[in-house]
Design a binder for this molecule. Structure first.
Ligand code: SF4
Length: 190
């Protein structure tokens, strides 16, 4: 079946597949370059994201923007979205049944964007995408190649706001991500 952003948006905007639809103001699908080589995936929309319909616009998003800019990345050359598209109440973690209800929308996004690199932001994205027992504190920065994608995980920017000590390792992860992206892009043009 042919895929399109219109089909995805139509499905998400009317979606009632899990209980999160009842509390949402907006469905938050994603932002950025739909032809990007790199995709960042967080866990779910927060309050500001729910109000605006745009992912990563609150304080954590502003920090992410700064961190991405420091390695030459932005919504011009990256795509940013979440595991679940509606806000979990009180910013709680999305439940497993909510993740499973929503995951096909993310798969659809991945199939359309087909990035070279996927970066999981935080534990929920990493345990959903990389492995159920993934330990973000120990295993951030590790690379896995799967189904043609290079996948890694780093701390969610909201974790960096809560714990300053995570900023340095997150910064090192981001520099390694930039190097990997350069390497993959250079390989393609050789
Ligand atoms: S979180 Fe996902 S599955 Fe649940 S209602 Fe929203 S779009 Fe549908």
């Amino acid at each position: 079946m042919e895929k399109s952003w219109e089909i995805l948006e139509g499905a998400c905007l009317s979606c009632k597949k899990c209980r999160l639809w009842e509390m949402r103001t907006n469905v938050v699908i994603g932002k950025g370059n739909r032809n990007a080589d790199i995709m960042f995936i967080g866990e779910g929309p927060g309050q500001q994201e729910d109000l605006t319909g745009v992912p990563f616009v609150g304080p954590a998003g502003q920090l992410l923007d700064k961190m991405l800019a420091s390695v030459g990345l932005s919504t011009e050359n990256a795509y940013i979205c979440n595991i679940v598209k509606c806000r979990p109440p009180g910013n709680r973690d999305p439940h497993e049944d909510e993740i499973q209800s929503c995951i096909n929308y993310l798969r659809y996004q991945l199939a359309m964007i087909h990035p070279k690199i996927i970066v999981c932001l935080g534990r929920i994205a990493a345990t959903t995408i990389l492995s159920p027992d993934f330990k973000i504190t120990k295993e951030h920065g590790i690379w896995v190649e799967r189904k043609g994608y290079w996948i890694t995980a780093t701390f969610h920017p909201s974790a960096l706001l809560r714990d300053e000590s995570k900023k340095r390792p997150a910064w090192e992860d981001l520099q390694a991500i930039r190097r990997k992206l350069d390497e993959l892009q250079n390989t393609e043009t050789e």
